[in-house]
Write a protein that binds this ligand. Structure first.
Ligand SMILES: CC(C)(COP(=O)(O)OP(=O)(O)OC[C@H]1O[C@@H](n2cnc3c(N)ncnc32)[C@H](O)[C@@H]1OP(=O)(O)O)[C@@H](O)C(=O)NCCC(=O)NCCS
Length: 401
């Protein structure tokens, strides 16, 4: 068996293998091969080949990941599949080694992924970096209570053209989001695939405006239904992005007032969504939290120097036995730009690579990981790390990849 990159002529066979593992019908998406070729860099798309047959797949997307106050390039590991006939023989381990080598060659200091199972990737140095909430709103009412609302407009035509500037502005402010280029919008995020929507409507877009300025957007499908003659339809949110509190209020106000559709679902909402506080009855909002993006930090010094911090000062951080000196300059009372270099000597707080992936975006406090034995250090050093790594905005990864 050999692990190697694929060429364009192999994309059909490669997708076929993936379809067997993830159990989808490749024929239901006649443009699937074309879509993959538009999105993937084939020099980082790997196959494991056994006697001429592709038995495993893995690839990387090219992302720029937002950190608190900065961003870094990230290899997004995706489409990892091993045929059930070839499982537990070390093929995944081999694919990850190839992926990490390719990421290094590409100049990406970290790798990210969404895990199909929470038990797989910790052993490979990935830690949970973001969580999301699956929201179900049942007959929720959101009242403006005298606050101004932005104007909602249904988009006809090219929604990407309307919304991408809002997305990019939001992504710059929220750790865990990543930049999207034109082919990502076209072939991935807003691609309209009938095989994915079942009995729901085509995806629709509503944008929010204050005067001439776009302040947010909602991408959603609707599913009409009646229960014993009473309207019980649902609005299924794909993505809701707003730039400030007024826009967020406007979006929730809009989406909870669509006649015939009293139910609203959003499977991937940020954990700091304001909807429970906006709802007149918060118990009508049910929330289920789960892990979403996992990160593995390879170039520790580069990644730590790329974010800003909540506190000025220095901290010696140990990662897998190496020590890094983080030095954060003062900026109006809080931490500003940082420098980070590898040094000799003892660390004040120590952890493995996966734990660093978990604290990097500010989603999990070092003290939380210390409580479960994943971070070591004195209470004072850990408390300082908490303040430094905290993020005012909860990290959120807006889509599965
Ligand atoms: C998950 C999957 C890729 C693993 O592939 P594999 O080639 O069998 O994995 P390997 O043999 O390289 O296993 C490497 C290690 O991971 C462990 N491992 C693999 N799959 C695991 C799982 N699902 N849960 C827990 N541990 C797992 C193995 O036990 C092994 O551990 P060890 O080195 O400590 O002994 C494969 O089972 C698969 O394709 N699953 C369905 C698709 C999927 O979930 N893909 C992941 C998308 S994010």
């Amino acid at each position: 068996m050999e692990i190697r990159t694929i060429d364009a002529g192999e994309i059909g066979a490669w997708r076929h293998t993936m379809s067997k593992v993830f159990a989808f019908d490749p024929a239901a998406d006649p443009h699937g091969d074309e879509r993959l070729l538009a999105l993937l860099d084939l020099s980082r798309a790997f196959a494991c080949v056994d006697r001429g047959e592709i038995v495993a797949t893995a690839a990387a997307f090219d992302f720029r990941l937002s950190l608190p106050g900065g961003s870094v390039p990230m290899s997004g590991l995706t489409m990892v599949t091993v045929m059930p006939t070839h499982r537990r023989r070390g093929i995944l381990r081999g694919l990850i080694a190839h992926h990490l080598e390719a990421a290094k060659h590409h100049g990406d200091p970290l790798s990210g992924l969404w895990a199909s199972e929470a038990t797989i990737y910790g052993r490979f140095g990935y830690g949970i970096a973001t969580e999301s909430e699956s929201l179900t709103l049942n007959g929720v009412e959101v009242q403006a209570r005298g606050r101004a609302l932005d104007e909602a407009t249904w988009v006809s035509g090219d929604a990407v053209h309307e919304v991408c500037s809002v997305y990019q502005a939001a992504a710059a402010e929220r750790p865990g989001m990543f930049s999207r280029d034109a082919s990502w919008w076209k072939f991935r995020r807003f691609s309209e695939r009938p095989d994915q929507r079942g009995a729901a409507s085509p995806r629709a877009y509503v944008v929010f405006r204050r005067g001439e300025v776009l302040t947010g957007y909602l991408a959603f499908r609707q599913r009409l239904s009646f229960e014993q003659g009473v309207a019980a339809g649902s609005v299924e949110i794909d993505e809701l992005v707003t730039l400030d509190a007024q826009a967020e209020l406007s979006a929730w106000h809009y989406v909870t007032q669509v006649d015939l559709f009293p139910k609203v679902t959003w499977w991937n909402a940020p954990v700091d969504s304001a909807v429970t506080w906006l709802a007149t009855d918060r118990r009508r909002v049910s929330r289920l939290r789960r892990d979403t993006m996992w990160l593995r930090v390879d170039d520790v010094a580069r990644v730590l120097a790329a974010r800003s911090y909540g506190l000025e000062g220095t901290l010696r951080i140990g990662v897998d036995g190496e020590t890094f000196a983080l030095e954060v300059a003062a900026r109006e009372g809080v931490g500003g730009p940082a420098r980070c270099v590898r040094v000799d000597g003892e660390a004040e707080v120590a952890m493995d690579r996966a734990a660093l992936g978990s604290i990097l975006l500010g989603g999990f406090a070092p003290s939380m990981l210390a409580r479960v034995g994943r971070v070591q250090g004195t209470a004072t050093a850990v408390a300082r790390a908490d303040q430094m790594f905290a993020s005012a905005v909860a990290p959120w990864c807006p889509e599965v990849f």
